[in-house]
Design a protein around this ligand. Structure first.
Ligand code: GDP
Ligand code: MG
Length: 397
């Protein structure tokens, strides 16, 4: 029988860090599951899209595991790509998490995306971080101790300054229970369940297998998280900016209206859901509209309750002193008029041209409209050597 998870506190945890440091392996060690793996990912051995997995955290005696004992928490996980070219995807993933596990391989130490992901967490307002010093089986005790000191030094003055550092071998399952204990004891953020529902879409899918009979077809599915409010089966929702189309050479966006047919939290079906944890919402939309992440970056809410989309956005912005995500540590210039910047607002990614820059206030004309709220945190990237690199943070004003 399916467990009733509706009474359990939920935590959505992102697994972040440099490529090959063992994020996907750790997720498997934590949950016993592999996040859904796409054929391209199998072929290349790297995570390309956001992956999901879930587990019920259980207490048995003094220890924690995901198999036996009293259910104490429901954990959902987001596996993000560590590849430098997939920074935008990482930022979308970071938009839906409550906390992060930063994976650092003990044999490699701090790498560009270790630094960049840590600043990305700050840019997305994530303050709860646990550090996993992974691949501990590959290094001597001396190297592990040295690496530990380097990590402690690295996090000084950041959101992870007081984060616990847990030595782990994800591959051999060593100390994974220590990590579960930290996740069990981590404070669950307070949730706004009264507000107007706001669902941020990180992925969208067609979950039907080829050849499914028409009367058995599922509707289009949205994957993401509720930032506030509650949604339930039967609710009429709208999705913005929605579908894009070209009208006389100009991109336009059309709000999509649909109905919620079912809601899943990981492997569990629920009638109603609030904030915390990732969700998959099955809609009455044709799956053609939701396939291949067609609606990722959108937001969904009850019909008539979402703000208008905007093409011009004003943010209070600041930049770092140097680029974190490269080996070459380029200096970062001030934002100025005509700068092209990539913004990450909630799960959406948009490129904008700076039209006004005065002191801390930067105004941009965006190529893709966003739905934003005052105070939303914004990740700001600039093209450095052909890739979007995170260069600063902002807040919608
Ligand atoms: P990701 O890119 O961060 O998701 O890294 P993966 O989980 O794909 O792991 C990259 C490689 O490191 C794979 O070959 C894993 O088997 C290996 N790996 C992961 N964790 C460990 C570990 O704790 N010890 C050792 N020796 N290898 C590991
Ligand atoms: Mg991976």
């Amino acid at each position: 029988m399916a467990e009733d998870i509706s009474k359990l506190p939920v935590l959505n945890v992102g697994i972040v860090g440099h490529i090959d440091h063992g994020k996907t392996t750790l997720l498997h060690a934590l949950t016993g599951r592999f996040a859904d793996v796409h054929s391209e990912e199998l072929k290349r051995g790297i995570t390309i899209k956001l992956g999901y997995a879930d587990a019920i955290l259980r207490k048995e005696g003094e220890g924690y595991n995901v198999k036996e004992g009293e259910a104490v928490r429901y954990l959902t996980f987001v596996d993000v790509p560590g590849h430098e070219m997939l920074m935008a995807t990482m930022l979308s993933g970071a938009a839906i998490i409550d906390a992060a596990v930063l994976v650092i391989a003990a044999n490699e130490g701090i790498k560009p995306q270790t630094r960049e992901h840590l600043v990305a967490l700050a840019a997305k307002g994530i303050k709860k971080v646990i550090i996993v010093q992974n691949k501990i089986d590959l290094v001597s005790k001396e190297v592990a101790m040295k690496n530990f000191e380097i990590i402690k030094d690295f996090v000084k003055g950041t959101v992870a300054e007081d984060a616990p550092v847990i030595p782990v071998s994800a591959q051999q399952g060593i100390n994974v229970d220590m990590l579960l204990k930290e996740l069990a004891e981590m404070e669950v953020p307070s949730r706004d369940i009264e507000g107007k529902p706001l669902f941020v879409v990180a992925r969208s899918f067609d979950i039907n297998r080829p050849g499914t009979k028409i009367d058995k077809l599922s509707g289009g599915v949205l994957g993401g998280a509720l930032k506030r409010g509650k949604l339930k089966v039967g609710d009429e929702i709208e999705i913005k900016p929605g579908l894009s189309f070209k009208d006389k050479g100009v991109m336009k966006y059309e709000t999509v209206r649909t109905k919620i047919l079912s809601i899943r939290r990981g492997t569990y079906e629920v009638e109603e859901a609030g904030p915390g944890g990732s969700l998959a919402i099955e809609t009455s939309l044709d799956m053609f509209l939701t396939k291949t992440d067609n609606l990722s970056g959108c937001v969904a809410g009850l019909v008539g309750e979402l703000p208008e989309i905007v093409n011009r956005l004003k943010i209070k912005a600041s930049h770092f002193s140097e680029v974190e995500g490269t080996e070459t540590h380029e200096k970062i210039d001030d934002f100025r008029i005509n700068d092209l910047l990539m913004l990450s607002v909630n799960t959406s990614i948009s490129v904008g041209k700076v039209v006004n820059a005065k002191d801390e206030e930067v105004e941009l004309d965006l190529n893709i409209p966003v739905v934003s709220f005052k105070g939303d945190s914004v990740g700001i990237a600039r093209n450095v050597g052909g890739h979007w690199r995170l260069v600063g943070v902002g807040e919608v004003v």
